[in-house]
Design a protein around this ligand. Structure first.
Ligand code: AGP
Length: 614
């Protein structure tokens, strides 16, 4: 989704903006642009395509030495096709200001008609351009830049992260936020703004998150933040612990592969600090979570999108089994527009890697309005979902740059497992199984050993199947969400059609798809007892219809070798860890198929890392 970066200070502005934009590339975009000061005027350079194309344009025009302040933007089209014209920044009629914007202005049509009537002329089909003209309108009425921005912001409906530069005020950058993240980076004699932390990491780790309705003025020396009533707000900066290296590829061909291989550490970081070394119990006191929080809770809703939704489905199995409280799992885009039965005895759990997903955030707000307590599982410190929750449990996955979620997923599952242990003890008043906790602690070591073995086998299998146009993924019980996740992953990055299904449901429809050209990936773990036997029968149903099988199964599952030679063996463990162990081979499989198909793995077409619009 769109990305913003802005700079004010003594450095040459173009390299700062380009560096920031490159670090936002992972969010997905179709065009890019910058605005900066040159000979006392605002100069915009923008283009459809990649950042490299923008760099070429800047180079051709010899603009690399331009002066700050400046703004950069990567656009992910919503209103108006990807094109040079629709790329940001956008000017008003007189080029007196330039705007970059993330989000969607819902009343743009009405505003545009108003402005057209007043004689403004538009150069693009975007909703963003109305903002520039609206500010211009207030300037014309005699407002100073800050006042004009505040007045314009009050007329906007929808979501926005805005950054604006004014020709008549080259000593300042202006930003505003509503439902779309803005983070301000603090430096010595310089300041930065971005829509996302990675853009700031090369320059600073001291940041301030803007809240909804706030507007800020950045100069070289100072950052001033104002609330919607115009009162100045004093906010302490937050220190971002992620280092630069963790946001770089570190020798891997793609972020996705690096992030797959980072999973042992990510799981270790997520679990270690929450397991009391003395008594082996799960302890969330450092996260501000205590037993009291769960008082009176009779029902849980877990709400999320995409991969995080699949983690939520795993959470249902874990929590219902261990705590005995009913758990409903819903897609955020559905939840927000239905009439969920929620009251003060409901706990709402939002799961979101980015903490900015528009549908999840809207669902959280709806649940809060209806009286639910809100706990979120997020990876990004200070993100909107995190800030609006009563309690936040941060996964310690580190920055996830690849659009396809991998380590965020396994750490979300890990966190849900820890939460289920905690609730088992504190809410259901039953002792968690020590073997399970110990198995979780030894999981990173097992993964480190197994991952490269799986990878070798998967490379072999992928060569046989990379051309397939359809895949079926089957799993049961706690491995059903993993079948869904495996199918999502290969769709996302290899552009291969895939369906995830509950294995027992296959005969009610998808069995009709089975034929020699359609491989079925089947997940079967001996730890699931009778469910293993049932899944084996489903695999036999596929094989007897000449459907090729790829089996991800427990070590020593001889039965599957009778059906296929494409077997990936997973060591035996406890049932609650199966989702983490079984999803990793599927991530690697999707990765290898995508690589063989020549796909843009880290930035798959049409996708965005953080989906901040509906
Ligand atoms: C994951 O591979 C996807 N890119 C996507 O489904 C993602 O999980 C979804 O958009 C939710 O994002 P969030 O976790 O940041 O809320």
């Amino acid at each position: 989704m769109c990305g913003i970066v802005g700079y004010i200070g003594e450095r040459k502005v173009i390299p700062v903006l380009m560096e920031g934009l490159r670090r936002l590339e992972y969010r997905g975009y179709d065009s890019a642009g910058v605005v900066f000061f040159r000979k006392g005027a605002l100069e915009v350079v923008k283009t459809k395509g990649r950042i490299l194309d923008l760099e070429e344009k800047l180079f051709e025009k010899c603009y690399v030495d331009a002066a700050a302040p400046g703004l950069g933007h990567t656009r992910w089209a919503t209103h108006g096709e990807p094109s040079d014209k629709n790329a940001h920044p956008h000017f008003d009629c007189t080029r007196s200001l330039a705007v970059v914007h993330n989000g969607i202005i819902e009343n743009y049509y009405q505003l545009k008609s108003e402005l057209l009537e007043k004689g403004h002329f538009f150069s693009s089909a975007t909703d963003t351009e109305v903002i520039a003209h609206l500010i211009e309108e207030f300037l014309k009425r005699g407002c100073a830049p800050f006042e004009a921005l505040c007045k314009a912001a009050k007329r906007l409906k929808g979501s926005y992260a805005l950054a604006v530069v004014f020709k008549k005020d080259p000593e300042a950058l202006f930003v505003a936020r509503n439902q779309s993240p803005v983070v301000i980076g603090l430096g010595e004699g310089e300041n930065f703004v971005a829509s996302d932390i990675p853009a700031l990491l090369p320059f600073t780790r001291e940041v301030i998150f803007l809240e909804d309705g706030e507007v800020a003025i950045l100069t070289k020396e100072k950052v001033s933040i104002f609330n919607p009533e115009g009162k100045e707000v004093i906010r302490e900066p937050v220190k971002i612990e992620w280092d630069l290296a963790s946001a770089e590829k570190g020798g891997y061909p793609h972020f996705m592969l690096k992030e797959i291989y980072e999973q042992p550490e990510a799981i270790q970081h997520t679990s270690l600090g929450r397991i009391n070394q003395q008594n082996g119990e799960v302890d969330f006191s450092a996260d501000g979570l205590s037993e009291d929080f769960f008082k009176g809770i009779k029902k849980l809703f877990i709400v999320a999108c995409g991969t995080s939704f699949h983690a939520g489905l795993v959470g249902k199995y874990l929590i219902e089994e261990k705590v005995g409280i009913p758990v409903e799992v819903d897609l955020a885009s559905e939840f927000r527009y239905r009439n969920p039965l929620i009251n003060e005895n409901t706990l709402f759990i939002a799961i979101s890697q980015s903490g900015e997903t528009a549908d999840t955030l809207a669902s959280l707000r709806e649940a809060k309005k209806r009286g639910a307590k809100v706990l979120s599982i997020c990876n990004v410190v200070g993100s909107t979902i995190a800030r609006e929750s009563d309690v936040v449990l941060y996964t310690q996955a580190g920055p996830e740059i690849s659009v396809a979620s991998t380590k965020a997923f396994t750490t979300q599952v890990c966190m849900l497992l820890l939460l289920s242990f905690y609730m088992q003890k504190r809410v259901a008043k039953r002792e968690p199984d020590k073997n399970e906790l110990e198995a979780l602690l030894s999981l990173p070591g097992i993964l480190k050993k197994e991952m490269s073995l799986w990878h070798e086998k998967i490379k072999e299998i992928s060569k046989k199947w990379y051309f397939a146009e359809d895949f079926l993924y089957l799993g049961r019980n706690i491995l059903f969400p993993i079948a869904l996740e495996g199918a999502l992953k290969i769709k996302e990055i290899a552009y291969t059609h895939a369906e995830g299904y509950a294995a027992g449901e296959m005969k009610h429809g998808p069995i009709a798809l089975i034929e020699e050209k359609v491989p079925t990936v089947v997940l079967a773990a001996k730890e699931t007892g009778i469910i293993y036997e049932k899944t084996l029968s489903n695999a036999e149903e596929v094989a007897s219809r000449r459907g090729p099988l790829i089996a991800v199964v427990s070590k020593g599952a001889e039965e599957f070798y009778k059906l296929t030679q494409d077997v990936i063996e997973v060591p035996l463990t406890v049932k609650v860890l199966l989702p983490i162990l079984y999803v990793i081979p599927l991530q690697l499989f999707a990765y290898e198929i995508a690589a063989l198909r020549g796909c843009d793995i880290d930035k798959p077409r049409n996708l965005a890392k953080s989906v901040t619009v509906e």
